[in-house]
Design a protein around this ligand. Structure first.
Ligand code: PHB
Length: 398
């Protein structure tokens, strides 16, 4: 049976209604520009995906100052530093003292909920749970996104600009022909074993461990749910691990003469998080622009993924507004250039923090001692600590 698709016209079509897509829709709505955002996931599905929980200062400002929500300020936790722990000792990197900035612990899920609520409140057009998404005509005058909506109706949305914000497994990055794009990859021979545990907080701020005892990260979700990770093999089978074995690993990585111990509880979720670095250039092709994970992936060390996606759309919102007002689509090249400058700085930071704290499976004694020297340099030199503080809290927008 064929049914005539329902046709809609909008100015900007957005494939992907995660934080990047919804934030962009919100920014464009403020500029009086209509959008339609579609996502193959149902809203509840996105709300139950666990992702990193650290927001840079400017990510918080973007949510609060543009009127998405100020819930982050009420329910989030301001972190004025982190603990780098190695050799059984903690070294505080004091963000406030070093760069006058802080970060906020506020899970990505909450950012998504705030954005989805704001779109609903403002009457935005967001279609979750669609299927058979296809994008056509990105080099024509009128790109189209076709899909079947959650009620089973065929839909076609024509627009002036198409935004691919559909993540690393989305369809949009592949719309750029091979001879027009370049892809940069890095794989890592390790991964994170991530847990959610029903336990009280072990620390007010995040703890990153490295050195001889190996990598671990102590983070948090709520007063009663904690998020922790330790380095593991990418092929690790989480079901083979008992709670006791996981706690032994975590405790041994944070142990020290100060007697520090994590507060344990039942482990309610165990997953392996793969590591990879990826960039696709350029971020514009015809009337298609890519934003967030559709264009780049960073390893989770330093929690830059969401922040980088928000930084992309902050620039993209501005550029689209100008491009539509002046009918000059080549302004979209500025977006690609400006966004990529930050992408590569962030790629470096995420890579650097990863190599600072993780152990390669084949590392030599030299590598181990050199890494310890690097950790000592970071914590004992103000210049070393300041780079970490500045990059972690986020370079200023622009
Ligand atoms: C998290 O809370 O999940 C988290 C925090 C910091 C990171 C990565 C993940 O660097």
């Amino acid at each position: 049976m064929t049914t005539t698709p329902v046709r809609t016209r909008t100015r900007v079509g957005i494939v992907g209604a995660g934080p990047a897509g919804l934030m962009l829709a919100h920014l464009l709505a403020r500029a009086g520009i209509d959008t339609v955002a579609v996502d193959v996931r149902r809203r509840e599905e996105i709300e139950t995906t666990h992702r990193a929980g650290i927001l840079e200062r400017d990510s918080v400002r973007l949510l609060v100052d543009t009127g998405v929500s100020d819930r982050v300020l009420r329910e989030g936790h301001e972190h004025r530093g982190i603990d780098l722990r190695f050799g059984g000792e903690s070294h505080r990197i004091d963000f406030e003292a070093l760069v006058g900035a802080s970060t906020w612990l506020y899970p990505q899920t909450d950012v998504f909920v705030d954005l989805a609520d704001a779109r609903e409140r403002d009457g935005g057009d967001v279609r979750f749970g669609v299927t058979d998404v296809a994008v056509e005509g990105v080099t024509s005058g009128c790109p189209t996104v076709r899909f079947t909506d959650a009620e089973g109706r065929a839909q076609e949305v024509d627009c002036e600009i198409m935004v691919g914000a559909d993540g690393s497994r989305g369809i949009c990055r592949d719309l750029v022909p091979q001879d027009r794009r370049r892809r940069y990859y890095r794989e890592y021979p390790f991964a994170w074993f991530g847990i959610l545990t029903e336990a009280p907080r072990s620390s007010e701020e995040l703890i990153y461990t490295g050195g001889d005892q190996g990598f671990a990260l102590v983070s948090s979700r709520t007063e009663t749910i904690q998020r922790m990770y330790f380095q593991c093999d990418p092929t690790e089978d989480v079901t083979a691990w008992s709670d006791d074995q996981v706690w032994d690993q975590m405790q041994s990585r944070v142990a020290g003469p100060d007697g520090f111990r994590l507060r344990e509880g039942p482990i309610v979720n165990k997953t392996v998080l793969p590591f990879r670095s990826f960039v696709q250039e350029p971020m514009r092709h015809g009337r298609l622009v890519l934003a967030g994970d559709a264009a780049h992936t960073v390893p989770p060390t330093g929690a830059k993924g969401l922040n980088l996606a928000l930084a992309d759309v902050r620039v993209l919102g501005e550029v689209i507004e100008q491009a539509l007002a002046t009918h000059d689509l080549d302004l979209l090249d500025d977006y690609s250039e400006r966004a990529l400058a930050r992408v590569w700085r962030t790629q470096h930071f995420s890579y650097w923090m990863t190599t600072l704290l993780h152990r390669l499976p084949d590392s030599s004694d030299f590598d181990v001692r050199r890494q310890r020297g690097e950790l000592e340099s970071v914590v004992s030199s103000e210049a070393g600590s300041r780079y970490l503080a500045e990059a972690y809290t986020g370079w200023p927008a622009g």
